[in-house]
Design a protein around this ligand. Structure first.
Ligand SMILES: [Zn+2]
Length: 197
């Protein structure tokens, strides 16, 4: 069974090396929508694939990092990167170009890492990320499946190469969220009280 949770963020980018003149030479923004699909072959103690409430912690904080942020490729010109860092508080440096395709891969890996790093306490250990759809516009999206995210054919994306600005980290309820994830210090959910046994 598959469940879906919708997120959204407003972000800007510049897409180098593409065919469109508007995209590769001009900073511009989109109202992105993210569809996160989780799958499981059995249900948890609450008879759910995964409690949507559990997605309100580190996963939502990381996805929200993209809101009002400038997203750039860490291989762009240094002078350009330096000016972004100097004049914008919220930015994310990525080891890949911020295309819809690559952003869907990054978001898949972020969600997958958060789920794998969350100590499951309600029989929900079977839930895992199935896919991520990133809508860049009302008419265009990219969908990433596990083989796209972790396979070698599209290049590896080491999460430690993703850099969130200090301005973004300061907005997280727990500013050490990213450090915990990279160090694999587990996120712990409270054990729910059971009303029916
Ligand atoms: Zn664009």
């Amino acid at each position: 069974m598959i469940i879906r949770k919708l997120f959204s963020f407003e972000a800007s980018h510049i897409v180098r090396n593409c065919s469109s003149e508007r995209c590769k030479y001009s900073l511009h923004g989109h109202s992105f929508k993210v569809e996160l699909f989780l799958e499981a072959s059995r249900l948890d103690a609450g008879q759910m694939v995964y409690d949507f409430g559990l997605l309100k912690g580190p996963l939502r904080d990381l996805f929200d990092s993209f809101d009002h942020a400038f997203l750039f490729w860490n291989r762009d010109q240094k002078e350009f990167q330096d000016s972004v860092k100097k004049f914008s508080r919220r930015w994310i440096s990525l080891p890949v170009s911020p295309t819809a395709e690559q952003l869907s891969r990054v978001l898949f890996l972020l969600a997958d890492a958060v789920l794998r790093n969350t100590r499951r306490v309600n029989g929900d250990g079977a839930a895992k990320v199935h896919s991520v759809i990133l809508h860049e516009t009302a008419t265009g999206y990219a969908r990433c499946f596990r083989k796209d995210a972790v396979g070698r054919s599209m290049g590896r994306i080491p999460l430690k190469s993703v850099v969130f600005s200090d301005g973004i980290k300061a907005d997280w309820p727990d500013p050490s969220t990213w450090d915990k994830l990279l160090a694999r210090r587990p996120f712990v959910s409270p054990v729910p009280e059971k009303q029916v046994s």
